[in-house]
Design a protein around this ligand. Structure first.
Ligand code: ARG
Length: 601
């Protein structure tokens, strides 16, 4: 039985017939208050106009006690201050909880999403452009939310809502035919498409307006289904998706569908017609608008004065299709915070049109790079590909420097050969890409963040490499102790990444928590399932990242304060068992953030 349920039962016994659904037991904010605390007697005292300490005492009197009732989890219950319950759990209870957690698959993550479906719309870059550093946040945050919800048992449809329709395609088609060389056309790539766009867009600004008009004409032909223009458009999209997929493969990101804006093209007129019939959309200065002044959301255009549709129309058409096709309980959109008004507006309109699925916008802040704002105008947009290459290069240098102590002899065991002949290639990718992701995920999405190489790749402090090293250290400890064997199937590939791909290790002994630092770690490990749930509820992978960082810190204080390999057999085994559980939690948690955990670094 959960601690919250036990305390709730005591409240119910003390005050029969009342609703105690608000009662919560939380980890103590400070160990000096015990292990857990419950502050809800205070709320009750207001209701009963009673002294809060008396209310608390009445509840305590209804708790199971360890001398009479063997099932009591508490070694000590104290009433503090204005009726706080400070709870200290018994070692037996703690060891039993650890055993249960250890036996559960996925480290006890509750399957609360079983039978529920959600759609996550993330990454969603615009076609015909290379992904740059600005695309990292939607991709990485969205993917972590995707993984977290899947781990809770939800059926997740990850949809990449590509920007694959609009005026830029008229400019591109015209430019492709007349401004690219035959050679460039034959070897068409995203960089050539970018070049084509820049050249053609510049010509579209010429005074006489001739080029601009013919770009428009190409766009109209495309919209009307002209086969040549459609084929070209398809080609541009296919090349763009192949390039995006190259980035996603590096980042370990997978989508279930790639339905871009174009997919909803044919249904937009119907949506607008319905908005008119419902009296929601009205003509205003030639455009069709939905007035949301009452909700303080301004006015949303759903058909421009030139008759064209816009981003709002496309999102409304898209949501209707998703609801019809998947009937999800929730749809989550991960985009930058500058789109907040857009989402508020169309969520409101969708509600009025009868969409009942919960619509969630997860906005994220801006990212600067090494202290400088990133802007297209300044020309300092770093390509994602280049950022990842640099991350790998820098990580490789760190890995190699750690393998070359004075005398130049490698300290790690020989490993399976990699493309560079050392096995370090895959390791550098795991560390470098992990560092980039963790920088993003360790901050609340809404905050603006600055990416700095020093912070991202720091081996100490709140960084991806710090957590990966913590994991590798546990693995080597367990290996040294001889309780941990690498699974043969995974080891056959790259032994350095074996444990990242294989089954997690599991100790065999029994838990026997003794020292205070051991207890702090044990209590923290029990919070893992709750941290995953909280991260999902808040749509903030940072909640999980914070939890993992704190856990690694508690592990390191346990490790420093409690001798392991030198302890006598039973203590040693119990501690190794706790180390293995920590390893599993860390590996599972980092996995939910999309970060690999090499067993050897
Ligand atoms: N393509 C858009 C951009 O680059 C993001 C699309 C987000 N998804 C959506 N359904 N609006 O900003």
């Amino acid at each position: 039985m959960e601690l919250t349920d036990i305390i709730k039962a005591a409240f119910e016994k003390a005050y029969p017939g009342e609703d105690f659904s608000f009662v919560r037991v939380l980890p103590a904010t400070d160990p000096k208050f015990g292990d857990y605390q419950c502050n809800d007697a205070l709320k009750l005292s207001k209701k009963f106009r009673a002294n809060p300490r008396e209310v608390a005492a009445k509840v305590v009197a209804c708790l199971p006690t360890s001398d009479v009732d063997v099932a009591s989890p508490f070694a000590k219950v104290e009433i503090a201050g204005p009726g706080f319950l400070n709870l200290t759990v018994s070692t037996d209870w703690l060891n039993a909880q650890l055993t249960t957690l250890n036996a559960q698959s996925k480290c006890g993550i509750p399957q609360s999403g079983a039978g529920k479906k959600i759609v996550i719309d993330y990454s969603s870059p615009n076609a015909a452009k290379q992904m740059h550093i600005g695309h990292i946040r939607s991709t990485v945050i969205g993917n972590a939310i995707d993984r977290i919800f899947r781990s809770l048992g939800y059926e997740v449809i990850a949809d990449n809502h590509l920007g694959d329709w609009g005026t830029q395609f008229g400019i591109l088609i015209k430019g492709y035919r007349e401004l690219l060389t035959q050679e460039e056309r034959d070897n068409l790539s995203v960089p050539y498409l970018e070049k084509c766009y820049v050249l053609s867009a510049a010509k579209a600004k010429e005074e006489d307006g001739v080029w601009k008009e013919s770009c428009k004409a190409e766009l109209v032909k495309l919209q009307q289904g002209d086969p040549d223009n459609l084929a070209l458009w398809r080609k541009f999209i296919d090349i763009s998706i192949a390039e995006f997929n190259r980035m996603y493969a590096k980042l370990g990101v997978k989508f279930d569908t790639y339905r871009g804006e174009s997919y909803y093209n044919d249904t937009m007129p119907g949506v607008v017609k319905r908005l008119q019939e419902m009296g929601l959309a009205v003509e205003s200065e030639g455009a069709l608008v939905v007035n949301l002044e009452e909700e303080k959301l301004g006015v949303a255009i759903v058909r421009k004065s030139d008759g064209g549709f816009n981003y709002t129309t496309s999102d409304l058409a898209c949501v209707e299709m998703r609801v019809k096709e998947y009937d999800p309980e929730r749809i989550i959109y991960v985009t930058d915070a500058r789109q907040q008004l857009h989402f508020k507006q169309w969520f409101n309109i969708a509600g009025k049109m009868g969409v009942t699925a919960k619509l969630v916008h997860v906005p994220f802040g801006l990212m600067s790079f090494q202290g400088k704002a990133i802007s297209t105008r300044e020309g300092n947009l770093i390509k994602l590909d280049e950022l990842l290459a640099e991350a790998k290069k820098r990580s490789l240098a760190i890995v190699e420097s750690r393998q070359q102590p004075a005398g130049g002899v490698a300290v790690t065991a020989p490993v399976a050969e990699d493309s560079d002949g050392t096995g370090n290639d895959a390791l550098a990718e795991a560390i470098g890409y992990g560092a980039v992701k963790y920088t993003d995920l360790s901050h609340d999405p809404i905050t603006d963040i600055d990416f700095s190489w020093d912070k991202a790749l720091a081996l100490e402090g709140n960084s991806g490499p710090y957590l990966q090293y913590a994991y590798a250290r546990v693995c080597s400890l367990l290996e040294k102790a001889g309780t941990y064997r690498e699974p043969p199937s995974a080891a056959a590939g790259n032994s350095r990444l074996a444990s990242a791909a294989g089954e997690t290790h599991r100790g065999t002994g029994a838990f026997a928590v003794t020292t205070p630092s051991e207890k702090r770690l044990a209590l923290q490990l029990l919070e893992f399932p709750g941290a995953v749930v909280r991260a999902a509820e808040a749509y903030k992978p940072s909640v999980l990242a914070d939890y993992l960082f704190q856990t690694a810190q508690l592990y390191s204080s346990f490790y420093q304060n409690s001798p392991i390999l030198k302890s006598e057999e039973s203590v040693k085994n119990a501690r190794l068992h706790l180390c293995a559980l920590f390893g599993n939690v860390l590996k599972t948690g980092l996995g939910l953030l999309g970060i690999e955990t090499p067993a050897h670094i």
